[in-house]
Design a protein around this ligand. Structure first.
Ligand code: DAH
Length: 352
């Protein structure tokens, strides 16, 4: 039995020499250490041996088993190293190749315009005031002095929100940023109702209109509202501020023109044009041969609106304005169709 064990060990070790990959090692393990290997047969026969032979044979069989297992582990480790070295030699890495370009994101053109607008008004001392997108009829229209049957209130112009609401005061998506004027003035005046502080803010945000979508009109667009309220504000301040804004936005030499207009929440009201920067005022397709481009609406805050905001119109005056970043961006980059902005087409967005 002892010689038999000797031979099992010899055979196993010399067979192990020949194994040269992990798969071969596994079949070697099955053959020499597996259930039906000669070594396991020795363990199985131990019980039938004479009592005095059992300890020596048993001890020897265990030694052989341990030594084969050890050699198997060593060989496995050795083969792993060999395979790793082979992989390193064949899979060469050319570290002189240029790296892969990282594709950079970029700002949406409207975001760029908005940031420039914020920057210009920040330099003039205007703070950004964020108001809500979901409004009530009261704030969006009534408090802004819209007459009860004003056409802008008709169903087709607003997205109304279904649900419970007070009679005559449904919820809707704001159709302009102007209701933020009332919210801001009420917040400012609530802080000191006897002597409310002056206001100098811009209110940017998304607006929504239930209208036919065309190249010139989207159902969703941004606006930047402006509001200045104080005890000595005049129409000259309005003209000075907006002419200066136009210069900073469109160029030092740009000329501005104020045309009388109508908005329910301002009196007097005006629309502001700049001299066409495409043709320099000569007349071209961009300015529709007029030489002027309409940029924004503005006016002196209506006394009723001041009153609704908690500012006594016999003491306070103010000016307000509203501009459309989409329109400004379209003029600056000669974009022909407003629908590009929110169509999420990467070919459009990559150009900015
Ligand atoms: N809310 C107006 C609109 O959506 C824009 C506007 C015009 C805002 C004149 C103003 C303003 O504050 O004074 O068409």
């Amino acid at each position: 039995m002892l010689e038999q064990l000797e031979k099992i060990e010899q055979d196993a070790l010399s067979a192990l020499e020949m194994m040269d990959d992990q798969e071969a090692l596994e079949s070697w393990r099955v053959a020499y250490l597996g259930r039906s290997s000669p070594l396991m047969a020795v363990f199985d026969q131990l019980g039938q041996l004479p009592k005095d032979e059992r300890p020596a044979i048993g001890r020897r069989a265990n030694q052989v088993k341990q030594s084969l297992e050890l050699k198997l582990d060593e060989k496995t480790e050795k083969l792993k190293q060999v395979e790793l070295r082979r992989a390193l030699e064949t899979e060469r890495l050319d570290i002189t190749l240029p790296g892969r370009a990282v594709s950079l994101g970029r700002l949406h053109p409207i975001t760029k315009t908005l940031r420039k607008v914020y920057q210009i008004f920040a330099e003039m001392g205007f703070q950004v005031y964020l108001s809500r997108d979901v409004e009530t009829d009261e704030y969006n229209f009534q408090l802004l002095n819209f007459p009860p049957h004003h056409p802008a209130r008709e169903m087709q112009d607003s997205f109304y929100i279904e649900g419970e609401f007070e009679e005559d005061n449904p919820l809707l998506l704001r159709t302009h940023t102007s209701p933020g004027q009332i919210r801001a003035m009420r917040e400012y005046s609530a802080a000191n109702p006897q002597d409310p502080p002056p206001v100098r803010i811009i209110l940017p945000g998304m607006c929504y209109r239930h209208e036919q979508v065309t190249a010139r009109a989207e159902s969703q667009f941004t606006q930047v509202e402006g509001l200045a309220v104080g005890k000595t504000i005049t129409f000259s301040d309005l003209k000075g501020t907006l002419s200066d804004f136009n210069k900073r936005m469109f160029g030092e030499n740009v000329r501005s023109r104020f045309r009388a207009s109508y908005f329910p929440f301002t009196e007097p009201s005006a629309e502001v044009d700049i001299e066409c920067f495409v043709c320099g005022g000569e007349g071209c397709p961009v300015c529709k041969r007029t030489g002027w481009l309409e940029i924004l609406g503005c006016g002196m805050v209506h006394p009723i609106v001041l009153q609704n905001g908690g500012y006594d119109p016999s003491i306070y005056t103010g000016f307000a304005f509203g501009l459309g970043p989409e329109r400004i961006t379209m003029l600056c980059y000669r974009i022909e169709d407003i629908r590009y902005f929110w169509a999420n087409d990467i070919r459009f967005l990559e150009q900015f």
